[in-house]
Ligand binder design. Structure first.
Ligand code: NDP
Length: 295
């Protein structure tokens, strides 16, 4: 089974490294070609000059881009994926994408008899390195079965969620929870700090109580209180995800004021902190409003 992997970003790179380590024959492509060349040298795999070239002999192509639109932009033209993908191949899109664009990509590929699943991941860059990602899949179960040997190289829990777009929607809603938890925890802790409570003491209580979350248990102790704010998952990408969740709620006509507000707050934070800031840096916006540091 020949694999092509397109998009060696913060999470794509360790995922592709797992594919390489599994021994499956691998070709990589990245927009910034030097990154693909360095990867190919390190792992002893092939790197391609264009998406078409990467896809040419591939049974399965994995994409891991910021947005579904970035994936769609790779399809057309003489160097595009459609020019390289062969009859019966599979596109596994691990982008945290949006359902509507994923459906359009599925339709464009179906005309060439190429299967498509949306297969966004959770578990962060550390989960990708360890091969313990959770993968939420939308699409034809038969296409998922063809893709499974590739997914198993970087994923531990692989869940079929429904038709194309269902994986994207579950991922977006999960990340909307993450975003609301970060902001709510920051607001509450900032208030406690202002009234003189040590945030470590507050978290000791909260993490043994019903208000705990990944934000309170891991992100804030490891990244905020230490003031380390490592850059592992861009705030701009989380802003995109909450926007997708808010859009899913609008399309399904579910009143969702908390999702819409969180999407707006992350849009403000993205404007303030820019494209390279980490998602946990949204806490700094709340700290600025409060005039205290959660430390
Ligand atoms: P990065 O921004 O670190 O990397 C993005 C990758 O996509 C790079 O390889 C970049 O190439 C490439 N790229 C960007 N735009 C284009 C384009 N228009 N055409 C071709 N290639 C492009 O993102 P991540 O790796 O962090 O995230 C990738 C996806 O995974 C996102 O959808 C994200 O939401 C999701 N995700 C990320 C997690 C994380 O912890 N980082 C966790 C779970 C999901 P170049 O090198 O040239 O810039």
């Amino acid at each position: 089974m020949n694999i092509a992997f397109l998009g060696l970003g913060a999470i794509g790179r360790p995922m592709a490294a797992r594919v390489a380590a599994s021994g499956l024959p691998l070709t990589v492509w990245n927009r910034t070609a030097a990154r693909a060349a360095a990867f190919a040298k390190e792992f002893g795999v092939r790197h391609a000059a264009t998406p078409a070239d990467a896809a040419r002999d591939a049974d399965a192509v994995v994409t891991c881009m910021p947005t579904s639109h970035d994936v769609a932009s790779l399809l057309d033209g003489p160097d595009g994926l459609l020019a390289g993908l062969g009859d019966g191949a599979t596109l596994i899109d691990c982008t945290s994408g949006d359902p509507a664009t994923s459906r359009k990509i599925r339709d464009a590929l179906a005309a060439k008899n190429v299967g498509y699943i949306d297969a966004p991941v959770s578990g962060g860059t550390s989960g990708a390195e360890k091969g313990t990602l959770t993968i939420m899949v939308g699409g034809d179960p038969a296409v998922l079965e063809r893709a499974r040997p590739v997914l198993e190289t970087f994923g531990q829990k692989i869940v079929h969620c429904g038709d194309v777009g269902a994986g994207d929607a579950v991922k977006a809603v999960n990340n909307a929870f993450l975003a609301t938890h970060i902001l709510a925890a920051a607001e509450g802790l900032a208030a406690l700090v202002k009234m003189g409570v040590d945030p470590k003491v507050a978290l000791d209580v909260i993490n043994a109580s019903s208000g705990r979350s990944n934000a309170s248990m891991n992100l804030i102790p490891e990244r905020v209180i230490t003031r380390k704010f490592p850059r592992t998952f861009r705030l701009a990408l989380l802003e995109k995800d909450v926007g997708i969740a808010a859009e899913v709620a609008r399309e399904t006509r579910v009143p969702a004021p908390i999702l819409q507000l969180t999407a707006d707050l992350f849009r403000i934070a993205r404007g303030e902190f820019g494209e390279v800031a980490d998602h946990v840096e949204a806490v700094k916006m709340v700290e600025q409003w409060a005039g205290v540091e959660i430390a």
